[in-house]
Design a binder for this molecule. Sequence first.
Ligand SMILES: CC(C)(C)CCc1c(C(=O)O)[nH]c(=O)[nH]c1=O
Length: 312
Amino acid sequence: AQLATTIGAFHFDNVLMNASGVHCYDLTQLHELEQSEAGSLTTKSATSAKRLGNPEPRYAKLALGSINSMGLPNEGLDYYLDFALTHQQQLPDQPIFMSIAGLTLEDNIAMAQKIEASDFAGLTELNLSCPNVPGKPQVGYDFDRTKYVLDTIFEFFTKPLGVKLPPYFDLAQFDEMAAILNQYPLVYVNTINSLGNGLWVDPTDDTVVIKPKGGFGGIGGQYAKPIALANVRAFSQRLKPEIQVIGTGGIYNGRDVYDLILCGASMVQVGSALYEEGPSIFARLKQELAAEMQAHGYHSIEDFRGKLKIMD
Ligand SMILES: CC(C)(C)CCc1c(C(=O)O)[nH]c(=O)[nH]c1=O
């Protein structure tokens, strides 16, 4: 079975890659991803300046996934841009993604301008879970702000751009967000980011399990799979064909990968399970996906992508 896929004009040997934020903080981790069986990789969402992020513990493994409030720890855009330029020199046929998440619109503009002016030849991902003005929800949950941010970026940005979306839970929100995104020359939409502001209790001491934000944090893992399936399906049904969908959330085995592709995903990202298992997970997921496709008589991703059946 062929696991190859394309996003825009970019070709990947297989549909698997890391989710931004997981195993992509520094060169050690990024090189491990390069050496792994992953079809591509993305860097940790960057801000212009290096950030230490939130106090630890800021990530916790849960029974069926994870909770995190990392606080955007990252080495700064220049660090990841340097890595990306070196990567494309050495591995020109393995395009990669660079994620940005400015804490202000000004920082997002500055980072996009730097990327636009650089020789980076991969895909840029704008993380719309970045914070809005205080008192307002994250950008991805503020439709007017989303429009304003995309209008501003697309005034000058001409390189391939995708957006990382938070999960939506209301059909009217799928309609409204898709209608906005369809107005822009986006190459892809990556859905979903972690389920915002969950909480977990440690039964040994009645205490939360992460330190930042009084224990509130983004939820990932098995808890996220039904929401990821729905968001991938909903945006695949609503976005214009030029905008492809990357599916993220709840991937632990080949069948999980198969399900996100069935819902319309052209690429699949792994977060919580990669955090726990490490980059060897990609070799396992490739084998399991190939077996799942074989069992259905499928030879390529396009044989079944988007072919989810409903009950007639
Ligand atoms: C939530 C933000 C800190 C604004 C962005 C970075 C981010 C983080 C993080 O760095 O805390 N964690 C996630 O699960 N998703 C994210 O997009």
